[in-house]
Design a protein around this ligand. Structure first.
Ligand SMILES: *Cc1c(COP(=O)(O)O)cnc(C)c1O
Length: 221
């Protein structure tokens, strides 16, 4: 299937309340334009400068999401335009994003990344670290960021029950944090999880935002 056909068929397949983020990292401008022409408006990138370069030449009504690990010294390149930062995993990073957003008089939406998979990675908060961040850090004082939900990557495994279990834990954590910290804030509403190999399970377990790359664009070079 072409990029346009994949976009169209995915949009038909996704239930109400689940949005499609097309992960366009390493993809050429032409492929993104083809997805755009098929109606896609939300794109995700993993490298800040690559995202900024693409944003400069593609249509201005694209919503750019940053899904990679945030390097503090590059926040300045995305602060003018990024619409959602998916992988925030420390209070320090929230404060840095806030600082740069303030310079542009913006409020940048952020998701807290939870490390839930079995893989060893240095990125993401554990469930307890996330609870501690919200309980102990002065994040409410940051006026130029808004925490709008959680993000996770499922384990890279064929064991789909394991992946389901991880997504289920994410939904429980999301509900707990919503009740505890955001009861009157409808903006806390995003659960970003599910990729090409596991998005149907993520949706069954409560995802509101699936991040799909290779299924749309083919294998990355
Ligand atoms: C690359 C990437 C994706 C998309 O992965 P696919 O398996 O190609 O769908 C989703 N989320 C993040 C954070 C990624 O880095």
């Amino acid at each position: 299937m072409s990029v346009a056909e994949q976009i169209t068929s995915l949009r038909k397949e996704l239930p109400r309340g689940v949005s499609l983020l097309a992960i366009s990292k390493y993809q050429p401008i032409e492929a993104i334009q083809e997805a755009y022409d098929a109606g896609q408006r939300m794109f995700g990138e993993n490298h800040i400068q690559e995202m900024a370069a693409k944003a400069a030449v593609l249509p201005k009504d694209i919503e750019w999401h940053f899904t990679g690990h945030v390097q503090t010294n590059k926040i300045k390149y995305m602060a003018p335009f990024v619409s959602l930062v998916h992988a925030v995993d420390s209070f320090r990073l929230l404060r840095e994003i806030d600082k740069h957003a303030a310079k542009h008089n913006r409020c940048i939406d952020c998701l807290l990344q939870i490390h839930i998979a079995q893989e060893d990675t240095k990125y993401g908060l554990t469930i307890d670290e996330c609870r501690q961040l919200l309980a102990n850090e002065p994040w409410r004082e940051l006026e130029h960021i808004r925490i709008t939900g959680l993000m996770a990557m499922g384990s890279n495994t064929d064991d789909m029950e394991q992946v389901r279990h991880e997504f289920r834990k994410m939904k429980q954590l999301f509900d707990e944090l919503q009740t505890t910290y955001f009861p009157d804030e409808p903006s806390f509403c995003q659960l970003s999880e599910g990729m090409t190999d596991d998005y149907p399970i993520a949706i069954e377990e409560g995802s509101t935002l699936v991040r799909i790359g290779s299924m749309i664009f083919g294998e990355r070079k």
